[in-house]
Design a protein around this ligand. Structure first.
Ligand SMILES: NC(=O)c1ccc[n+]([C@@H]2O[C@H](COP(=O)([O-])OP(=O)(O)OC[C@H]3O[C@@H](n4cnc5c(N)ncnc54)[C@H](O)[C@@H]3O)[C@@H](O)[C@H]2O)c1
Length: 390
């Protein structure tokens, strides 16, 4: 298959691009490197020394003998360039990861809120609009988030894969009709809100233009290396640890490695869904190799392998490493405790063999963090974004 990976320089996009290339697909990356610019804005850098994208791609050519061309096209603002690329390349599929993906960054200031909405919503809409205008039948595969369902109590219900079966009264009030509707959204940040808006864009273009779309509602990703990024130091993946882009489990593992207390926001009763980066990569290839038919509704799959309470993860890392646990005020406006029972069967039925949290893999992440501990700026560990002004 020919596959364009939008956001192919990012934490998920880089290992996904390498994996698809290693599987023999023809991969083209689209990325403006705006994520690297955000690091400069925040005065932080990936804990791992990621190479410039040109160097990464040259290293991949040397290691695998395969080329991955790269185009610096801004999905949100360079519509004509995006359209021209689609017309020229005629990809079988487009993977869409080119969004601002940090909830704390999206809440930093009015400027960051507006940037996140402008970037994410326009990027998604431009891509869908351009696929239709180009006249090609590309399968669009997007990574969304489990956060679109919200992190409320759930009231004892199970979160389905995208669609909720409901009964509605008939117009004459005499009977009830069964329907399947998009699961109601409950965003917990501006970032999550953009992913909810993405869902509506997919719904519309699928209904109106018969676009083939898979939306992967992903959990929090942990880990750093995959089979391909391990092949050469120059292929190393990004490792975010700062208060904006660092994700919870990787932050705990890295904090333990550099001798920093594990920063638990609030009580730590928040439950989140998790997935290892190697499974992210595998899920993408499964989704691409099993596309929906034309005319099929948007395929929504929950891309997660397990759920955990934040405090339980902190206790587990503490037991492994002896690190202290520090409870800090929670900057987020969220329930102090939630459940997250969710169905995640589809990717397993397509062939995913889930990687679960296990000491060996956790030790590997700690090892990577220890190797690059000298690159850590501890002043960047706290989360300084606030959800509300009061
Ligand atoms: N990392 C996680 O834990 C996680 C969890 C759930 C969902 N996701 C989703 O997966 C996707 C990828 O996440 P990630 O962690 O790799 O993020 P990332 O920030 O590391 O990568 C995103 C990439 O997209 C590029 N980009 C952003 N806007 C662009 C634009 N307008 N035009 C061109 N390029 C643009 C960035 O430069 C970056 O390289 C995101 O959509 C994110 O919401 C990530």
């Amino acid at each position: 298959m020919k596959i364009i990976v939008c956001g192919g320089d990012g934490f998920c996009g880089w290992p996904i691009s390498l994996h698809l290339s290693a599987r023999g697909h023809e991969v083209v990356i689209v990325d403006t490197l705006v994520r690297r610019a955000a690091d400069r804005e925040l005065g932080v850098d990936s804990l791992t020394p990621i190479r410039a994208l040109d160097e990464r791609l040259a290293a991949w050519r040397a290691v695998s003998g395969r080329s991955i061309p790269w185009h610096a096209i801004d999905l949100a603002h360079a519509y004509d360039d995006l359209l021209a690329l689609l017309v020229r390349e005629r990809p079988d599929a487009v993977v869409h990861l080119a969004e601002q993906r940090a909830a704390p960054y999206s809440m930093k200031s009015p400027r960051h809120k507006r940037y996140t909405v402008d970037n994410n919503v326009n990027a998604t809409h431009n891509l869908l609009c351009a696929v239709v205008e180009s006249g090609i039948d590309s399968h669009v595969v997007h990574i969304g988030t489990m956060g679109v369902y919200g992190y409320g109590s759930g009231g004892g219900t199970m979160i389905p894969e995208g669609y909720l079966a409901v009964e509605v009264p008939t117009a004459d009030g005499q009977g009830r009709i069964e329907r399947e509707i998009l699961h109601p959204t409950d965003p917990g940040s501006i970032y999550h809100m953009t992913k909810c808006l993405d869902q509506q864009l997919f719904y519309y273009y699928n209904k109106n233009d018969k676009l083939r779309v898979t939306d992967l509602h992903q959990g929090v990703v942990w880990g750093t290396n995959t089979a391909e990024t391990r092949l050469d130091d120059r292929l190393i993946n990004r490792f975010d640890y700062d208060g904006d882009y660092g994700t919870v489990l990787n932050r705990f593992l890295m904090q333990a490695a550099v001798g920093h207390p594990l920063t638990v926001h609030g009580s730590g009763g928040q439950t989140r869904a998790f997935i290892h980066i190697q499974d992210t990569v595998r899920c993408l290839s499964l989704a691409l190799e099993n596309p929906p038919q034309r005319g099929e509704r948007v395929r929504i799959l929950n891309q997660m392998t397990e759920t955990h309470r934040v405090i339980d993860l902190a206790r587990m890392v503490s037991a492994m490493t002896g690190a202290d646990i520090q409870h800090l005020d929670n900057p987020r406006n969220e329930a102090s405790r939630n459940e997250l029972p969710a169905v995640a069967r589809s990717l397993i039925s397509l062939g995913l063999e889930p990687t679960h949290l296990q000491e060996g893999l956790l030790e590997e992440v700690i090892g990577v963090a220890r190797a690059y501990a000298h690159r850590c700026d501890k002043s960047r560990i706290p989360c300084t974004s606030k959800w509300t002004t009061s």
